[in-house]
Design a protein around this ligand. Structure first.
Ligand code: BTX
Length: 245
């Protein structure tokens, strides 16, 4: 893999042809890696989704992991996942004019169909983050027919009927992410781009909750008004805590 990406966009860029999972590769180098080290692969043979699910990662997509070492507590970690999905939305909108929105907690949809997923993994001890890995998978130059119907997924190629230069897309996502993390506007953009708000939702977690998605909290929680009128706050169960190594 050799994408053309400006060198100053991250501290180190590692491009691989094939890897099990870029998140796993990133984890192996994370202790020594500099903040904003990025790993990208052409193909993942064991791409991971949340909660032990699999992420289909053939050639033509953007499969990348960003190693971050922010001085924040684990409770602030969701901001980084938020920045990842909002950055992808902004990139898909600005570069290609796609109507990209976020589905709580961290998918990106175009016309209601999943085009991107974000998987954040954290290594923390007590209240100190050692590192965070933000894994971003974007279905870019792939035919949608390779994705099973029941996933309700799409790709950039399917939406635009043309291939896009992936280097430009990666650079834009990283640029947007940095800018969002520095701006005070991240949470509001996340809310504004939400495809989940005011919709009827069913969230499976500890219990199953059905109702209307009433609001989104700055810590990433979804507030649902249940059919019986009760209000529940559901925390994004998307930050998988790695055991300290
Ligand atoms: P998720 O658990 O929300 O979504 C996984 C589910 O989505 C699967 O169970 C399947 O139904 C569906 N799915 C699988 N592959 C795709 C695909 N390519 N497009 C659309 N739907 C799909 C979302 O997990 C988080 C995914 C993060 C992927 C990145 S890629 C770089 C990094 N490395 C790694 O191993 N994972 C992350």
């Amino acid at each position: 893999l050799h994408l053309h990406i400006p060198e100053d966009i991250c501290s180190r860029l590692i491009q691989l042809e094939s890897v099990g999972s870029t998140n796993e590769f990133a984890r192996e180098i994370a202790n020594e890696a500099e903040n904003w080290t990025v790993v990208i692969a052409e193909v993942q043979t064991a791409g991971r989704g949340r909660l032990g699910r699999k992420w289909f990662s053939p050639s033509g997509g953007v499969w990348m992991s960003i190693i971050l070492k922010p001085r924040v507590t684990p409770s602030e970690a969701f901001r980084y996942t938020m920045a990842g999905s909002v950055a992808v939305c902004r990139a898909l909108r600005d570069l290609y004019g796609l109507d990209a929105r976020t589905k709580w907690p961290n998918d990106v949809l175009v016309n209601g169909r999943k085009i991107c997923g974000v998987l954040t993994e954290i290594s923390a001890e007590l209240d100190v983050i050692n590192y965070m890995i933000i894994g971003i998978g974007i279905n870019a130059n792939m035919s949608a027919s390779s994705l099973p119907e029941e996933w309700n997924a799409t790709t950039i190629y399917e939406e635009l009927h043309r291939e896009v230069p992936r280097g430009e897309l990666v650079a834009k996502v990283l640029e947007e992410m940095r800018a969002l993390l520095e701006s005070g506007d991240l949470y509001h953009q996340w809310v504004r781009l939400s495809d989940t708000l005011n919709r009827r939702v069913r969230v499976k977690g500890f219990d199953e909750v059905t109702g209307i998605a009433e609001s989104l909290d700055p810590d990433g929680a979804l507030v649902v008004r249940k059919d019986d009128g009760g209000i529940v706050r559901i925390l994004a169960g998307d930050c998988i805590h790695l055991r300290p190594d």
